[in-house]
Write a protein that binds this ligand. Sequence first.
Ligand code: ADP
Ligand code: MG
Length: 292
Amino acid sequence: MANKTKHIAIYGKGGIGKSTTTSNISAALAEAGYRVIQIGCDPKSDSTNTLRGGDYLPTVLDSLREGAEVRIEDVSVIGYKGVLCIEAGGPVPGVGCAGRGINAAITLLQELELFETFSPDIVLYDVLGDVVCGGFAVPIREGITDKVYVVTSSDFMAIYAANNLFRAISKYAPTGGAQLGGIIANSVQTAYAKPLIDDFAQRTNAKVVGYVPRSSVVAQSELHGRTVLEANPTSPQADVYRELARYIIEDTQSTLPSPLGVTRLRDWAKEWGDKILRIEAQDTGNYAGENI
Ligand code: ADP
Ligand code: MG
């Protein structure tokens, strides 16, 4: 395909649903006929598990550490509908820097001319975003990815991590770093989740590009070692991921986020602390906040 390959990073707090969301987007894109590479950039090295039915996949860093020459076929597995799965891997526990590892892994993939040979339509980087140290910022910083989507729920720690990512994006974007594609709202379940995330987005010049409900279909599919797209292809949850995938592959917009300062973020959180029980009460007719 003559189109330029899109390089997209998906960031967010640990455990927020990055790998689940990314893998389902990859599966949906592959299902729609796109050539997809997914690169896990989290020392957990479990980004692509549900795409490859649990097949063993050595990480790039483990292979590099073994010292022998590394070939693409040694560190990749063809997963669901042809998605090429790669895990950057992590440092030896207690030794070394995970972020620097990401840099080493991506540099190797570039040297091996993976993107020229496989000629993907899209490369999705699933990156841990708890600490945006220099290493974890590599995919944003050095022109490796064009655009970043940030996964968050309505939990404050996830919003806090998203705000920190916005700080990194706004710092590096003017000098060739990635721009913000938007926020993916995940695990939307309570009545206040959507308004809270929308409000955060509006205040930080970000766009919410999709709302993914919390669903036991996700857990059920994961327990079967599959994406929702593969295990429950006719479920409404699969359609949510298909729509998100379509948005991301077609999206031509990006913004420069305006992160909130520390004090402003704290005040904003307090305002929402006062609001959420009221919103729940409007939803359920039962206000639990009066006695606390
Ligand atoms: P991360 O990659 O950000 O560390 P994961 O994608 O591994 O997080 O997700 C953490 C857990 O949350 C997994 O068990 C996953 O199945 C679950 N999960 C993620 N998104 C949803 C959702 N929308 N509904 C239900 N469970 C979810
Ligand atoms: Mg993960």
